[in-house]
Ligand binder design. Structure first.
Ligand SMILES: *[C@@H]1O[C@H](CO)[C@@H](O)[C@H](O)[C@H]1NC(C)=O
Ligand SMILES: *[C@@H]1O[C@H](CO)[C@@H](O)[C@H](O)[C@H]1NC(C)=O
Ligand SMILES: *[C@@H]1O[C@H](CO)[C@@H](O)[C@H](O)[C@H]1NC(C)=O
Ligand SMILES: *[C@@H]1O[C@H](CO)[C@@H](O)[C@H](O)[C@H]1NC(C)=O
Length: 300
């Protein structure tokens, strides 16, 4: 090989390597790029929060599945990846109302988490109901959000996990939350909620749980279904509020795995039966006039 052709050869190799790298980078880009509507929605959320530093990685020229605290579904060759989860965590610089309209444009969103973002304030936006078919996990905890626990949350029928603890929520617990077909976890603790525990919240159980004599086979099938009924909380946290009245008797018909109503103003006898024996006195402590097992006996 002559010297000049050797140089030419080297240049060709270098160009080929660079090209291959560029193609690979482009492929990676495409792989991590999300649906264009989702990307526009995320940029609208960023803008609604005044382009706060939390969003430094959310830049239009980078693939949105790589942005911090954004998760996409797995890639498929034919369709663009969808944004399925967004989290806003531990940032005092995020301030202002939750941009519900922009969030609702993430039409495949399954999980929305706000935790320890004290500057996020205002009320829980109605626009979240537009995600009723997809949003299954909603956490809004330790924020500046106030106002009621909106009854319209029950319209988000996909919702299984709802945690709204440690905010400044006021007003009653809406009975409509008892109508949610997939709800298994409800945490409304450490707010300023008032009113009584709506029996409706706990009333889905009894009708389905009346023991019906059935042949062995069918009974086994039924009892499996009964153990994991849809549409009523299996974990219910209501502690540190201003809730008064009795604990509705219906609670004994639920297959509750966790119950905590401590630090309220509840009164009357703690209902006995069902899974109630699982819960120790710490779950009922610091109420105005609750009595009976596991608390001291009621006075006649
Ligand atoms: C956020 O940045 C975008 C793009 O640079 C800009 O169009 C928008 O006005 C900014 N919004 C705020 C509230 O600063
Ligand atoms: C959110 O983004 C930050 C910064 O990249 C990262 O440290 C943190 O782990 C992320 N959290 C989640 C839940 O994605
Ligand atoms: C939200 O906080 C901002 C200051 O960060 C304040 O100006 C605004 O009035 C607050 N809004 C509500 C509804 O509390
Ligand atoms: C119930 O909540 C109270 C108050 O937050 C707490 O002290 C107690 O440990 C909780 N009980 C259980 C069993 O988690």
């Amino acid at each position: 090989m002559r010297a000049s052709s050797l140089v030419e050869h080297r240049v060709t190799v270098v160009v080929a390597v660079l090209l291959a790298a560029a193609v690979a980078a482009a492929a990676a880009r495409t792989k991590n790029e999300c649906h264009s509507g989702d990307k526009a929605a995320l940029l609208a959320i960023k803008s609604a929060f005044g382009n706060a530093s939390f969003f430094n990685s959310w830049t239009p020229d980078t693939p949105c599945c790589e942005w911090a605290n954004v998760s996409c579904d797995s890639s498929s060759s034919s369709t663009a990846r969808r944004v399925v989860a967004v989290s806003f965590l531990n940032d005092a610089g995020l301030a202002g109302p939750l941009p519900g309209a922009a969030i609702a444009r993430l039409t495949a969103l399954q999980q929305l988490v706000l935790n320890n973002v004290p500057g996020v304030n205002g009320t829980i936006p109605h626009d979240l109901t537009r995600l009723s078919a997809t949003l299954s996990f909603l956490t809004i905890t330790s924020t500046g959000i106030s106002g009621p626990v909106p009854p319209f949350l029950s319209e988000i029928t996909a919702l299984g996990y709802l945690s709204l603890s440690s905010n400044s929520l006021t007003g009653p617990i809406p009975a409509s939350l008892g109508d949610m077909p997939n709800l298994y976890f409800l945490d409304l603790g450490s707010n300023r909620l008032t009113g009584t525990i709506p029996p409706l919240l706990l009333s889905k159980g009894p009708r389905r749980r009346v023991p019906i004599p059935l042949p062995q086979q069918a009974r086994r099938r039924r009892s499996r279904r009964v153990r994991r009924p849809a549409g009523e909380p299996q974990q219910l946290e209501l502690s540190h509020n201003d809730i008064y009245g009795d604990i509705p008797e219906q609670v004994v018909h639920l297959m509750l795995e966790y119950l905590n109503v401590s630090y309220n103003r509840l009164s009357g006898t703690v209902p006995a039966g069902g899974n109630m024996a699982w819960f120790d006195q710490s779950c009922f402590q610091h109420n105005k006039g609750l009595c009976g097992t596991p608390l001291p006996p009621c006075k006649e």
